[in-house]
Structure formats: structure tokens, C-alpha cells
Design a protein around this ligand. Sequence first.
Ligand code: GCO
Length: 480
Amino acid sequence: MDHQGISRRGLAGLALGGAALGLSGCEGKPDTELHPRSRQFPKDFVWGVASAAFQTEGALDVDGRGPSVWDTFEKKPGVIVDGSDASVATDSYRRYADDIDLIAGAGLDAYRFSISWSRVLPSGEGAINSAGLDHYSRMVDGLLAKGITPYATLFHWDLPQALQDKGGWKNRDTAYRLADYAHAVVDRLGDRLKRYIILNEAAVHTVFGHVLGEQAPGLKDIGQLGPVTHHMNLGQGLAIQALRAARSDLSVGTTMALQPCRPAGGALWNRLASDGLDALWNRAWLDPLFKGAYPGAMDDFLKGVVRDGDLAITRQKVDFLGVNYYAPAYVRLDLASASHIAPAQPPKGAELDAFGRHIDPSGLFEVLEMVRRYYGNPPVMITENGASDPFGKGPAIIDDTFRINYLRRHLEAVLAAREAGSPIGGYFCWTLLDNFEWDLGYTSKFGLVSHDRATGVRTQKASYAWFKALAASGALPSSP
Ligand code: GCO
């Protein structure tokens, strides 16, 4: 696909701390590895897998579910690279018990899944659809029966279409609807579901959904950047308040896609772009939550959007910060693009993932250090990390040593960050089953288990056995 401005494939992260790590974007093979003193995770470390409703559930018309922005978006010609859709996905709405068996079979402690807002409130607001909540109630019971702790994400990019029709996240009212939805969920499930993640990667949804148009709702409008960012931050604060008001025994967090933003070639002018990306990608989310402020670089975008008192709502105490990490972002200054930020290549010789992103565990260490040093060192859960097969229609790679290596190297970064003082309590691998990877359809496979879409057969990959052994011992092997 042709990408303008910032692209998901090309994105990367922070100038912050990069220099200290010798990673200022200079050419040459950078040292990406961390060398923790100990390879042992503590006994209470939480091992899990993560997933999302639209990527797995299928059954889009079942039990009164309403359409989401992804239902609308995926039907547009040409937007999903393989022409596929999520109507079946991994069939997990029907086969959730099989999913749970796989999670239990790997001896994992936790499952992060997302609740579909459109199943709970088919119009996004108003009448609650109890049949939709019944499904998640059964799932939660099924998980608990096997000793698996459920972590539910409330918003993983699937806004009810009816709310999008009223302006979506550009409309301030959507923030209040998120809090109502959070209340509906906790009211029904809160006696058993104790762990909540309010938003998933709001930066990705904002930039790729509203500015670049590569994901739902498919808008290409830089004017959406400020309002969408702020209303998601506001909604997050209101939803945290709603959950806390409903019950006092919950663990409430939120998940962000943190990326160190690095200037291509280390050039000074590209640093303007990397600082700009850092502001809108990382700090426009961390600052309102932890500091009740926005970075100055957001001022122009936020003109007329932030009302008195809002920043007291965005600033909330969270029980944990969810960190998703895949790769750093390399960027260059591009005066022709609306944001002045354009994707750039990783340094020459860098090892690349299927997206062409730099495989760099030190980037994970770097963002964890940023959270520790500048955001009050909150408890952290790694809520996503993982690797895709090379893109293509072919069958999944079952002997997936490349994935084991990716996970192992990033877990070394987690150990190193813990040794540096970051209270990281758990790690969720993305993901259990090869699933619907948004605009990439089924051409990108991240699972520990493959899912044959023609037969429904699920096959455990080598990484599944590896992750199972790790969860059992907590001891990170030094080679595959
Ligand atoms: C995310 C996305 C996931 C993707 C995963 C792999 O949170 O980043 O939610 O849905 O599938 O990141 O690209």
C-alpha cells in the first residue's frame, strides 16, 4: 500500500534516552540486546496472551450485536489487502471454550481480550443488550473455572457505527458514552471481572484511523488529531471514574503503544520530526494521564478543544499501565506532509520484522525507562509484544524459531527494566491464534497457534510449547 505521512509500517519512537543508549539513529548496526543479570522471573509474574474482539470473534450479526466502524470500513473496496473480512476470524465468539482450553493448556495465568462495545450497546448508547453481556459473562466464568484471570479491554478500536455517525471521537459526547459503557460492563460483570484496560493503543487509532485513513473509521483529516486525542483521554478518565465509583475492588489500567521515536540518520532537522512524533504518539497520552497536561507541541491541534476542568479528569491514578511494544519508529522531516513527519528506514544493517520495522529489544527497555523516570514509575504490565510471520497467503510457520527468538530477546529487556527498578508485573504475548490483522487481513500471522480458516483446525506452533515451559518455570532460556 501507498503510505503518506506517518505509516504504521515505518513508525518509530523517541529521541529521549536514545542517545544514552547509543541509538541516535546513526548508520551502522546498533546494539539492540539487553543483558539482564538474572534470567529468573518472580513466582507471581503474570504470564498471558492478548487478543481483541474484532480480530477474533466473528459472529458479527449474532445475539443483537450492532455494527462497529470496522464493520463499515472492512467493506470498502481495496482497504483490506487480501480482500478478506472478519465475519468468521478465529470463530472465537462460538469457540471461546476452545480458546480457553489452549490458554489453560499452556498453563497461563491470564487472558487479555476485548469486549465489543457494539455487543453491549448496539447503538453505542441507550438500551443495553443483555445477550451480548451474557457472552462475556460465560467467557469470564470459563476462564475463572480454569484458574485464568481475565483482563478485559473496553475499547480496542471498534467504536459502534451509530456513535461514529454522530462524529465519533471528534465529538466530545463520545467520551461520556465510553463511561456509560464502562458502567454497563462493570455493573454486570464486576462481581467476577476485576481487571480492566480502558483503551488500547489510542495513538494508533487516532493516527491510522483519523489522520492517515488506513484503518477504521478511514478518515484522512489532520484536523481530527487534537479532538480525537483529547476526547479519548477524557473518556478514559471518565471511564476510570465510573469503574471506581461502581466498585472498590478493581484493578484498572489502560494500554498504550509506546515507541521510541528516532530521527533518521541522526540528522538535526529530522529530530524536529522525531520530537513531534514523540509528542503526539507517546506524550499526548502519558502526560494527560499522569501529569494532567499536554505537551506544548500539541497546542495548535488542541485549540478550542480542552475545557476547564478536563485535565483534572484525564489525570487519574491507574493500578497499572499497559505497555504494548513491537519496534521503534524512525522518522524524517517532510514539509510536504500535513504533520511534517514522514516514515524513514531503520539504520542500514538493522534486523527487520515482517513490517520492515527494526527488531530492537532495547527500544522496549527505553520506553520502560521513560515510564519509570518521567511518569512516576507506575506498576506496568506488558500487554502486547510479539512477531508476525513474513506476510503472505501461505500456511503459518509451525516451527517458528524466529518468534521464540523475538520473544526471548524482548523478555531480556523486560528483565533488565525490572532490574533498573521498573515494577513490571506481567507479560502478555500477542497473540494466541493467527487472526484478522486489521488492514492486513489474514496475511500477517502473530499466533502461538495457527488457525486454518478452511477447516477450523488449530495447530500449536513451537512457540506455544516454548511459552508454556517459560510460564511454568519463570526461567528465561538463553537460547531457543
Ligand atoms: C495492537 C493491535 C493488535 C495488533 C498487533 C499486531 O494493539 O497493536 O491492537 O490488534 O494485531 O499489534 O500488529
